[in-house]
Design a binder for this molecule. Structure first.
Ligand code: AFP
Length: 283
């Protein structure tokens, strides 16, 4: 697994370079779920595929930008599911974006089969967070000559101060609206950029809060994809001492997607806010 983590650092540096130097515009292509692809989505996907191909432990890869699973090493042990560039719609305005990785046991693409997760933040500084089950997530920041140095492990407090509610507000249910309002009426601050990686990173580093992406009238099953987004962040939140649930109160890590690009409503937070979510939703 350590070899994979070292390769993630290489991936982070290469995608960061591409974001800083390459064309930020759209290509003429769409991905597997019909989203318009940026040239950078394609470039980031290419970088990851080419680096992970050389890692013997990796049997197969599944990208948010590809339709199907791709086998890269027949004797490998893990399947890596990744979103090469999350936040495509905000890269053109120079907000932080990210890459997300879920490292699954091959043949067990579920929360249970998820062995480790990681994400990269491409912001003013390049950062990487890596989590394995049962240990606080490790946090790295890149400095001189692009070298990553290790920072304090990430540990959530019981209660935070940030509220990051996703989705189109017009289509929220009354229940969801009252959850969001109940936190604001307690003094929580709105922090939402539209990029899952920097928004969740902020909650993790500031010690807590709630990020919610519910099922809405226009997206009854939410927007965030289980394999590439929801399950990796669920492992990271649990490892940091928080919780990650779906709209019915199930642990995201107990879910098992039935198709590669399946989405789920999701709620990530420190314990106080998740308990509030359960209470307001009657779970
Ligand atoms: P894009 O890649 O299309 O910018 O979507 C980003 C994202 O998947 C995730 O990073 C955000 O948390 C979420 O969408 C934001 O969605 P809303 O704009 O509907 O809140």
């Amino acid at each position: 697994m350590l070899t994979i983590f070292e390769r993630l650092k290489q991936i982070a540096r290469e995608i960061d370079k591409a974001i800083k130097n390459e064309d930020l515009g759209y290509s003429s292509k769409q991905n597997a779920t019909g989203d318009e692809q940026l040239k950078l989505d394609i470039a980031s996907d290419f970088i990851i595929e080419h680096i992970l191909r050389d890692v013997a432990l990796v049997k197969s890869i599944i990208s948010e930008e590809k339709e199907d699973i791709m086998e890269v090493n027949p004797d490998g042990k893990y399947t890596i599911c990744y979103d090469p560039l999350d936040g495509s719609s905000i890269v053109d305005v120079n907000l932080s974006v990210g890459s997300i990785f879920g490292i699954y046991e091959t043949g067990n693409l579920s929360g249970d089969g998820l062995r480790a997760a990681a994400y990269v933040v491409y912001g003013p500084r390049l950062e990487l967070v890596i989590a394995v089950r049962g240990k606080h997530p490790r946090h790295y920041r890149s400095g001189a000559r692009g070298l990553f140095s290790s920072r304090a492990p990430i540990v959530l407090k019981e209660k935070g101060k940030l509220n990051a509610p996703g989705g189109t507000q017009q289509y929220w249910s009354p229940t969801h609206r009252s959850l969001v309002e109940s936190l604001f009426s307690e003094g929580y601050r709105l922090r939402y950029s539209g990029g899952m990686v920097p928004d969740l990173h902020q909650i993790l580093l500031k010690g807590g809060g709630l990020f919610s992406y519910p099922g809405t009238q226009d997206r009854p099953y939410g927007k965030l994809r289980m394999l590439f987004e929801a399950l990796p962040f669920a492992l990271i939140f649990e490892a940091a001492g928080g919780q990650a649930l779906d709209e019915e109160g199930n642990r995201l890590l107990d879910l098992c997607p039935t198709k590669i690009h399946e989405t789920t409503p999701c709620f990530f937070g420190s314990n106080y806010e998740i308990e509030r979510f359960k209470k307001v939703y009657g779970l």
